[in-house]
Design a protein around this ligand. Structure first.
Ligand code: ADP
Ligand code: MG
Length: 715
């Protein structure tokens, strides 16, 4: 980008690489532009008859920026994004070269679906799948190599229409929650609403380390985390990194990331250091959940590309360093009328407080009933190291509302307040909530689901996970919670209660029924664990436990009822998640063995050879030079300690190897997953414990692996 546009500010080039409204207006004939806008607003598919014209306009625009290829950009169930590039260039029958991009090519692509996981949904001979443009998400130009590629955000579906991606269910869940919310609004007298949307603002944490260290660590390269590494004397105890000044080299990286994001129309807003050394955060302003989810994926991609260019390695794994804080993603979620009022904003009038309260109670209902599947939506190998490790929310899902709102709900519960009395509401502080909320609600950093003024912050998402899955679950469970509230009100009205009283009673009953899911205290405490057990809240400590929630009959029924996932689609997701877990742990275990066998054992043996020969020499000369037996013994003990740990690590590695082989005998993926967490991970930890001791016993120049202190404290 030219210095001139930089000097004029980001607003001058914001969105320049997206095929947004302004470009559409200039590139498309008026009627086509209008038809496309209507399609986007309605969240519909692009009509065939205008596809060709839109494609032509898009190609012209992309080529003006130097793009030569296009790709359908989609989210398979691997947790990343996928793309397959095709050139605009096409050779005519008579041999002339010409650039082409047809309506057909824009609307639909046909990647080889068999190379993506389907969780058994299709047998391979029916491998056909296709990608279809999602016009609600703008096409964009992605930098890479020497030029730009036109990327068309798409959904990825099988020939029979099953979702093979994470975006399709998210879009369906947006429809489900919109429908339910309109029904509730109607019931409380807010009529004529066309669409309700959910928003997400995603705070993304990450680590940056020097690339030269990364490439020397097979564990980071293969698994994203360090499987070995002793904690240096200085870790993060001093807490001097959080919000500290950002090192110049990193700042330069951040600036380039932001420039790229602005070009893509991604509203990057804040940047800062995080708690751990070399850990940082980037957060854009919130957007409609499906757009925010696409944008979060693009943010991760841009972070990775720019890091590589600047000589950094980007670590998105949830827990790259044992003993050092891991990385998460805070998914700030809210629900509101499209282009209008935020329904989680308490507002200043009794009426808006009523809509706030019915939605709040509905959210609590969704959470109370469906905590298990929400927990399952963020289960992964990496997140297992965070959730419940006293640095991130626990595996128990509860809501934190803040003292003020707790007080309001308690007062309503005990019947002390009449929700139709403006004076009482103001006395309660409801009239002032918007002003006071931030301070009152944002204090509890330990809660997985905290109300922060006019949104809920779901903090249990892992740093590497796409937010499409947790948002799909949030939307669906909220649709169900909202419907339950509507049904309660309607039942009362049918029984003869006035609408006003019915609403009030439904709110009160909802508060009572969901009380167990509210937890105002410290979520890292023993008390929370006890409360979870007493209240019967799900407490799933690891992925194999959590994944089971997907296929509980009741959960399946909910997704099917709301048209978000079919039973088959759920089953395939369950299978894919289990398989990814088992494969992931298998790779971790084998990488650890590789490192022990080819790095740790040779390094330690060599050093042991040195000190044993030096000990032998000393022993031989001890009489002559007058070394006491005591002095010899201490040096002997030093050697002995080393030799014993070396033998131990050799034995434990053998045990790990045998355990991995034992797993291969197991039949089902679920048994394997349970075996991974119950048997393989503990074996890996045992190996690590001894190897980490050895790291501090061995001559540094013989230890090939970059150490924690080099990776985390050198700049
Ligand atoms: P924090 O104190 O956690 O850093 P911020 O107020 O900076 O919180 O906001 C964090 C994220 O929440 C940002 O992405 C912001 O745009 C988003 N956010 C703010 N309001 C809403 C809302 N109504 N719905 C969804 N996200 C929101
Ligand atoms: Mg936050």
């Amino acid at each position: 980008m030219s210095n001139e546009s930089k000097a004029k500010g980001a607003s001058t080039y914001y969105g320049a690489y997206t095929f947004g409204t302004e470009v559409m207006r200039t590139k498309l004939p008026k009627e086509v532009f209008k038809a496309l806008q209507d399609t986007i607003k309605a969240g519909k598919k692009l009509p065939q008859d205008i596809a060709g014209v839109v494609a032509h306009g898009m190609k012209e625009w992309a080529m003006e920026h130097g793009a030569t290829h296009y790709t359908h950009w989609f989210q398979p169930m691997t947790g990343t994004t996928a793309e397959k590039h095709d050139a605009f260039l096409s050779i005519e029958r008579d041999g002339t070269a010409i650039e082409r991009f047809s309506g057909e090519q824009l609307i639909q692509g046909e990647p080889d679906a068999s190379s993506f996981p389907s969780g058994g949904m299709r047998t391979t001979f029916e491998a056909r799948g296709y990608t279809a443009w999602d016009p609600t998400s703008p096409a964009f130009l992605m930098k890479g190599g020497k030029g730009l590629t036109l990327c068309i955000p798409t959904v990825f579906i099988s020939y029979h229409g099953e979702a093979l991606d994470e975006k399709t269910p998210l879009l369906r869940s947006m429809d489900a929650v919109s429908k339910a919310a309109i029904r509730l609004l109607d019931t409380i007298g807010i009529t004529g609403v066309q669409r309700v949307i959910t928003n997400a603002g995603v705070e993304q944490e990450y680590f940056l380390i020097d690339k030269k260290f990364y490439s020397q660590r097979p564990d980071l390269v293969m698994t994203g985390r360090t499987l070995l590494g002793a904690l240096p004397p200085k870790g993060q105890q001093l807490e001097d990194h959080y919000f500290g000044s950002i090192p110049d080299r990193v700042l330069e990286f951040m600036q380039e990331v932001e420039e790229d994001l602005y070009l893509l129309g991604i509203p990057a807003k804040t940047r800062h250091n995080e708690v751990a050394p070399h850990q940082f955060e980037i957060a854009p302003t919130f957007e409609q959940a499906n757009i925010a989810s696409d944008h979060n994926l693009l943010i991760m991609e841009v972070l990775r590309k720019v890091a590589d260019k600047k000589g950094f390695a980007l670590l998105l794994f949830e827990k790259p360093f044992a003993g050092i804080n891991g990385s998460g993603k805070h998914n700030n979620w809210s629900i509101g009328i499209d282009g209008g009022m935020n329904l989680l904003d308490p507002g200043e009038t009794p009426e808006s407080n009523i809509s706030f309260l019915v939605f709040l109670v509905s959210v609590l209902k969704g959470l109370h009933k469906r905590a298990a599947v929400l927990r399952a939506s963020v289960a992964s190998i990496g997140n297992d190291h965070r959730l419940g490790a006293n640095e991130a929310p626990p595996a128990v899902i509860t809501a934190f509302l803040g003292a003020q709102l707790e007080g309001v709900l308690d007062a309503i519960e005990s019947g002390k307040v009449d929700l139709k009395s403006q004076k009482q509401l103001i006395d309660l502080g409801l009239g002032h909530l918007p002003v006071l909320n931030k301070d009152y609600t944002d204090r509890n950093r330990t809660s997985p689901f905290a109300f922060t003024g006019n949104k809920f912050e779901f903090r249990a998402v892992g740093s590497s996970q796409p937010v499409s899955v947790p948002n799909m679950v949030l939307n669906t469970i909220m649709a169900e919670g909202i419907d339950a509230t509507v049904d309660a009100i309607k039942a009362k009205v049918a029984a003869g209660t006035s609408v006003g009283d019915a609403i009030q009673e439904a709110i009160r009953e909802g508060i009572v029924a969901t009380k167990d899911v509210r937890y105002p205290g410290d979520n890292y405490s023993e008390d929370l664990q006890r409360a979870a057990a007493q209240r019967g809240l799900p407490n799933m400590k690891n992925t194999p436990e959590a994944v089971r929630a997907w296929i509980q009959k009741d959960t399946v029924d909910m997704f099917v009822k709301y048209g978000v996932l079919t039973a088959e689609e759920i089953d395939s997701r369950y299978n894919v998640r289990l398989e990814r877990y088992v494969k992931g742990i298998d790779i971790e275990a084998k990488t650890l063995l590789l490192m022990i066998n080819t790095m740790v054992i040779p390094d330690v043996s060599e050093y042991q050879g040195d000190i044993s020969s030096s000990f032998n020499n000393l022993f031989a000369a001890s009489e002559v030079i007058g070394i006491s037996d005591e002095a010899l013994k201490s040096q002997g003990a030093h050697l002995k300690g080393l030799a014993e740990n070396l033998s131990k690590v050799i034995e434990l590695a053998k045990v790990l190897e045998e355990t991995v082989e034992e797993m291969e005998e197991l039949e089902s993926e679920l048994e394997k997953a349970d075996f991974c967490s119950a048997r393989i991970l503990p074996c890996m930890l045992a190996v690590r414990e001894v190897a980490d001791k050895l790291e501090f016993q061995v001559d540094r120049s013989r230890w090939q692996l970059p150490t924690y202190s080099e990776m985390l404290f050198e700049h």
